[in-house]
Design a protein around this ligand. Structure first.
Ligand code: ATP
Ligand code: MG
Length: 158
């Protein structure tokens, strides 16, 4: 269905904010403009739920999670950054593999199966977008994804 992505993203973030996880702050940097996308809302919710849950799970007490959205003519790009423990540079691509978990000893107590990001990648691929991560050990992690914006032509038909 057609979704205004910034409004949708705000709703998802607000749902997390209501739970007030361990004093984690949420910061948003969104442009004041409409970003229309053609998406399966439930599936995108699943992607956001997992990426945000990861950011919370791996954030230190009192950490800030930053959301940023930008758009070009053809696509929007969302980034979700945390101030958590990060990971070595050679693992940022592997975390999208099924069952892959960085440092099993470290993450075992935090729970999870290692499927969340593999599913997120399948969903974003199916939407003709891309999803990847950037990270610095000890500094934090940023997960980014793109989605194609609806063309002006389609917009005109609404
Ligand atoms: P699941 O999502 O299935 O409950 P999970 O969170 O372990 O389990 P993924 O979401 O696929 O699985 O993430 C894979 C691994 O990537 C995690 O186990 C963790 O090691 C690493 N990871 C993901 N996000 C972050 C992050 N924000 N900071 C640090 N490590 C991360
Ligand atoms: Mg996860």
């Amino acid at each position: 269905e057609t979704v205004e992505f910034i409004g949708f993203l705000n709703q998802v973030i607000e749902r997390f904010e209501m739970n007030k996880y361990e004093n984690i702050e949420f910061e948003r940097d969104f442009p004041d403009k409409e970003m229309l996308v053609w998406i399966d809302e439930d599936k995108l919710m699943q992607v956001l739920d997992n990426v945000i849950s990861n950011a919370i799970k791996y954030s230190p007490e009192g950490g800030t999670i930053r959301f940023k959205a930008i758009s070009t003519r053809k696509q929007l790009r969302v980034s979700i950054s945390d101030e958590g423990l990060g990971m070595p540079a050679n693992t940022v691509d592997k975390i999208f593999d099924r069952f892959y978990r960085v440092d099993k000893a470290r993450t075992r107590e935090l729970g999870g199966t290692g499927l969340g990001l593999a599913i997120a990648r399948e969903i974003i691929d199916a939407h003709h977008g891309k999803i990847w991560a950037e990270s610095k050990e000890g500094k934090g992690t940023t997960v980014l994804f793109t989605l194609p914006l609806m063309s002006q032509k389609r917009r005109g038909k609404l």
